[in-house]
Design a protein around this ligand. Structure first.
Ligand code: NAP
Length: 251
């Protein structure tokens, strides 16, 4: 049996684990950061919590005798992806990134693209008083300076209570989100601008369509750099990579 470590935290990682379990000769372990209080149920073996940086991941890969590594983390989990790249090189095992494509701007979109969440705070239009912040709960602190705005902040779990937040409301909810609901939300809260990461995928795209329909600006945080290496953009590609690796290396 060969052993696969999937770095998870995304719907694609869940789908990959579901398919990997049926591949003969393969044991799949999914690793979660352990941030979400009730993560989606996963098939196969699951571990949770950080590894302790590059040295910790190297040790884990060696101790658990991992043969193959698929980094299926969120496109904004840049630290984990960097660590995965260097640790896989150190141990000498193949690594693949499963990275769904980013959203592309339509001519009707009013995007203001920025490099970071901190930069997003700086470019919120002065005319927009009611802001929908949809970047999760971990990077809300920079928005605390928006004391003259009202912010609707959506995340799966509540933010750390020690973090200062701008005036507004927390909305705890988990995607997928649908267009009708997103339209209604923007209208109900009279939203005038949205802050989003360019996460890609379908599960959270409806807000972008709803913003387009309503002519709202979207402050779009660009994706971080990805480490060099093999990349596929969908789960089917990752399964093909696995089949290829299993038959070429071990068949
Ligand atoms: P990050 O900044 O890249 O990682 C920070 C640290 O969290 C890593 O150095 C690692 O700790 C630990 N970690 C991250 N992913 C892990 C995994 N799959 N298994 C074990 N440890 C992991 O990541 P993040 O942005 O905080 O995201 C954390 C998790 O949430 C990821 O699994 C990601 O896929 C998921 N997620 C992130 C976002 C987002 O917008 N960033 C959105 C949706 C889901 P050690 O150094 O101790 O190993």
């Amino acid at each position: 049996m060969k052993r696969l470590l999937i770095l998870g935290g995304t719907g694609d990682a869940v789908r990959l684990a579901n398919l990997a379990i049926d591949l003969p000769g393969l044991v799949a372990i999914t690793s979660l950061a352990g941030r979400t209080s009730a993560p989606k149920s996963l098939v196969g073996d699951v571990r949770s919590g950080g590894f302790g940086g590059e040295a910790g991941l190297v040790k884990y890969l060696q101790t658990e005798q991992i043969d193959l590594l698929i980094d299926a983390t969120h496109p904004f989990a840049a630290q984990m992806s960097r660590t995965a790249a260097t640790a896989a090189t150190t141990v000498g095992i193949p690594r693949l990134m499963l990275l769904r494509p980013g959203w592309t701007r339509s001519p009707e979109d009013k995007w203001i693209e920025v490099e970071s969440v901190e930069a997003a705070v700086q470019v919120i239009p002065a005319s927009a008083q009611r802001i929908f912040i949809t970047i999760g709960r971990q990077q809300l602190a920079p928005f605390a300076t928006l004391t003259d705005k009202w912010c609707l902040m959506r995340s799966i779990d509540p933010p750390d209570p020690r973090i200062s937040l701008p005036p507004g409301k927390l909305l705890l909810d988990r995607g997928p989100f649908h267009l009708e609901g997103e339209r209604e939300l923007l209208r109900e809260y009279q939203i005038q601008a949205i802050v989003s990461k360019n996460s890609g995928g379908d599960a959270t795209y409806a807000k972008i369509i709803a913003a387009r329909e309503l002519g709202l600006p979207v402050i779009m945080v660009r994706r971080p750099m990805v480490p060099d290496g093999e990349i596929v953009t969908d789960v089917a590609g990752a399964v093909e990579w696995l089949i290829d690796r299993l038959s070429i290396r071990f068949g």
